[in-house]
Design a protein around this ligand. Sequence first.
Ligand SMILES: [Zn+2]
Length: 323
Amino acid sequence: MKNLDQIISLCKLIDIRKDYNQSNGGNISFKDGNKIYIKPSGKHMARINGLDDFYCSQMKIFSDLLTKTEDLDLHQQKFFKQFSPEKHRPSIETFLHVQLKKYTLHLHHIGSLIISCRRDWKEFVAANFQDALCLDYAHPGIELGKELQDQIKSLGFIPEVVFMQNHGIILSSDNYDDFKLLINITFKKINSLIEYHNFNIDYFEKAESLFNILHNRGISFYSSLYNKKIPENFSNFLSPDIIIHLGETTETKDLITVGDKKVLIFKDYIFILEQDPIKRLEIEELVLAQIEICQNLKKSEIHFLSSDIVKRISTWALGKARR
Ligand SMILES: [Zn+2]
């Protein structure tokens, strides 16, 4: 399948960019002849590793349902009943994807949500995104699909950018390179219009740079809940627990010695290398504690543990067992 590797790496990148998408929401699809491949419902973007991780179907099944004019809820319920929880279930938004271009991405991009939750969202979109379509709120599934169908009919062409009221955004293109460009340009534009309070876009841009370096080397990492720059006096040599869990040092300026480190500092931002989801939360807690200590004390005020103590703790078998 052409471009499959790029689509998979795009899914992994989306997982890191929490400004693009959160939790297991959003979906991505591509078409091959009469078939559509789409991220299954509820599956996390990061867990897309191959063609088998997509739900594949004839598109006709969905377009046929879009011809129904009444009892839409009933038709939808009946349709989704055929899928057992163990099997891939198509995303409820497949009804949108089948009507769009070859490559389609739907995300709950935080900036697009901020725009689409505005009372004056249509004016705002029209002033900043000339060819974008505004899709009024409709119940997810067939109803939303029919709303898009009506809009495309009156528009006379398939749009590449669709803002969905109180929901998010859809980007679609027939050519993969154009698709990537559309994603970059649109999200950059949206992010330039929003003044975020809790999402540091610079952090996520650096995360994307780091992704481009590490993904080629087969190394996965996670963005941290702490997306501000770390304090200047940030150090690991503060307490036994921090040394035990985070390792002797977190510094990996050259990006070559990732080794068995739990966290990574890149461009003064912190990223998590721990792969286990529960351990990852533990690491986050320790990182936040460590940052708080460093923020509360000047470097000259901190008593750092000596390198002998650090060495003893980091090679201590009982300590290692707690990791
Ligand atoms: Zn959605």
